[in-house]
Design a protein around this ligand. Structure first.
Ligand code: GLA
Length: 400
C-alpha cells in the first residue's frame, strides 16, 4: 500500500507543472550584466574585477546583487553533452567564478537561449533544458537570462515553461529572466513562468531613437518607456516588466542618465547596470547608487508608475509607495527648457489600478527632490524648470 501511494505521488509530481521559485524577485532584481558594454569580449577576470568593483564602490551596499555573464561565455559540449565554458576565456570554470562572487556577498548570473544557438551563435539549450539547468545548479548559478534567437517553430510559452520546470527540477533557486523582446506578449502568460520578461527589443544609449538593423531594432530610453507604459497592469512583486539593462555610463548626458535611471525606477524595471564598473565617472556612480531613487524602485508595493499628465514634451508620472507616500516625476522629453508651474491642488494623485488615491486639496504632503535634496510642500504650487531631456523626481510624504 505504502509503495503504491509513493508511486502515485511520484507520478503526480512528474506530470504536474513545476512552479517557478518564489521570493526571488519580490522587488525588481538589481545587478550588472556584461552585454551592453562588452558584448562578446568577456572573460573571467572581467567578471571577478566587476564583482570587486561592486563591493568597493558601494553598489553592493546600495542593493546591487547579481553579476550576470551574458552571451559568449560558452565553449563546446563535452562527450556527454554537458555545456563547458570557453576554455580560453573562462579557464577556471564557472563554479570557481560563482565561489568568487559568493564570497563577496554577491550572486552569479548566466545566459542561455531557448533555440539551437544563442544570439551570438553559441550552443543554446533547445532539447537540453534539464541537463543545462542541472549544470547551472551544480555550478552554483543564481540567475538565468534566457534569450530567443534561433527558435524557429518553437512556442515561446512552451519553451520558457520547459526551462522553468527544468530549473525547478534541478533544485537550486535560480531567478528566471525571460528575454524574448515582447514578441509573444509574455506579460499575458508568463506571470507563473518567470520573474521578469523583456518588453522590447534591445536598448541602445540614446534618448529617443530607433535603430533598425534589418531583422532587429534597437530602442532609446523614451521609446522603451512609451512601449512599456501600457503594460503597467502586468507588473508586480515576483513578475516584472524588464525594460532592458541600463545604459547609464555608456554615453548619455548626465541629465539623460538621471532621467533614464529615474524612469526605470518609477516603472519598477529591474535595475541591471550595463557599463564598465571598473572605470566609471564619479557622476555615473552617484547616479547608480542614489539610494532614494533606488528605494522608489524597490518599494514593496511594486506598483509600476502611471503617466498622469502628458502635455507636449512635459509629462508627470506618479507611483504610489508603501505607507502612503508617492513618487512623482516630471519629465521633459524635448529639446527646449520647460518652465512650468504645477498646481498640486488641480491634480489628485490617483491610481485606479492599484486603488491608491491622495486628494491634495485635503491632505498636505511634504516633498523632497530625490536628486538634489531640496524640499517643499504641496500647499504651494511647484515651479518646475526642466532642462532638455531631464527629470525632476520627488518623494511626497503626508503631513500628519
Ligand atoms: C539579444 C538580447 C541581448 C543580448 C544579446 C546577446 O539581443 O536581447 O540583451 O543578450 O542577445 O547576444
Amino acid at each position: 500500500m505504502k509503495r503504491l501511494v509513493t508511486t502515485a505521488l511520484l507520478m503526480a509530481a512528474a506530470t504536474a507543472h513545476a512552479q517557478k521559485f518564489d521570493g526571488l524577485a519580490d522587488t525588481p532584481q538589481m545587478g550588472w550584466n556584461s552585454w551592453n558594454k562588452f558584448g562578446c569580449d568577456i572573460n573571467e577576470q572581467l567578471i571577478r574585477d566587476t564583482a570587486d568593483a561592486m563591493v568597493k564602490n558601494g553598489m553592493r551596499d546600495a542593493g546591487y546583487r547579481y553579476v550576470n555573464i551574458d552571451d559568449c561565455w560558452h565553449g563546446k559540449r563535452d562527450e556527454n553533452g554537458n555545456i563547458q565554458p570557453d576554455p580560453q576565456r573562462f579557464p577556471s570554470g564557472i563554479k570557481a567564478l560563482a565561489d568568487y562572487v559568493h564570497a563577496r556577498g554577491l550572486k552569479l548570473g548566466i545566459y542561455s537561449d531557448a533555440g539551437n544557438t544563442t544570439c551570438g551563435h553559441k550552443p543554446a539549450s533547445r532539447g537540453r533544458e534539464y541537463q543545462d539547468a542541472r549544470t547551472y545548479a551544480a555550478w552554483g548559478v543564481d540567475y538565468l537570462k534566457y534569450d530567443w534567437c534561433d527558435t524557429e517553430g518553437l512556442s515561446a510559452k512552451g519553451a520558457y515553461t520547459t526551462m522553468r520546470d527544468a530549473l525547478r527540477a534541478a533544485g537550486r533557486p535560480i531567478l528566471f529572466s525571460m528575454c524574448e523582446w515582447g514578441d509573444n506578449k509574455p506579460w499575458e502568460w508568463a506571470q507563473d513562468v518567470s520573474h521578469s520578461w523583456r518588453t522590447t527589443g534591445d536598448i541602445t544609449a540614446c534618448w529617443d531613437c530607433e535603430l533598425s538593423h534589418g531583422s532587429w531594432t534597437q530602442f532609446g530610453v523614451l521609446n522603451i518607456m512609451d512601449k512599456t507604459a501600457a503594460l503597467r497592469k502586468y507588473a508586480g512583486p515576483g513578475h516584472w516588466n524588464d525594460m532592458d539593462m541600463l545604459e547609464v555610463g555608456n554615453g548619455l548626458t548626465p541629465d539623460e542618465e538621471r532621467a533614464h535611471f529615474s524612469i526605470w525606477a518609477m516603472m519598477t524595471s529591474p535595475l541591471i547596470s550595463g557599463n564598465d564598473l571598473r572605470s566609471m565617472s564619479a557622476e555615473t556612480l552617484k547616479i547608480l547608487t542614489n539610494r532614494n531613487v533606488i528605494a522608489v524602485n524597490q518599494d514593496k508595493l511594486g506598483v509600476q508608475a502611471l503617466r498622469r499628465i502628458a502635455q507636449g514634451d512635459l509629462e508627470m508620472w506618479i507611483k504610489p509607495l508603501d505607507g502612503g507616500d508617492w513618487a512623482v516625476m516630471f519629465l521633459n522629453r524635448g529639446e527646449r527648457t520647460l518652465d512650468y508651474r504645477h498646481d498640486w491642488q488641480k491634480y489628485a494623485l490617483a491610481d485606479d489600478l492599484s486603488k491608491h488615491e491622495a486628494d491634495l486639496k485635503k491632505t498636505r504632503f511634504r516633498w523632497t527632490d530625490l536628486w538634489n535634496g531640496a524640499g517643499g510642500d504641496t500647499a504651494k504650487p511647484l515651479d518646475v524648470k526642466l532642462k532638455p531631456h531631464s527629470v525632476l523626481m520627488l518623494r511626497l510624504k503626508a503631513q500628519g
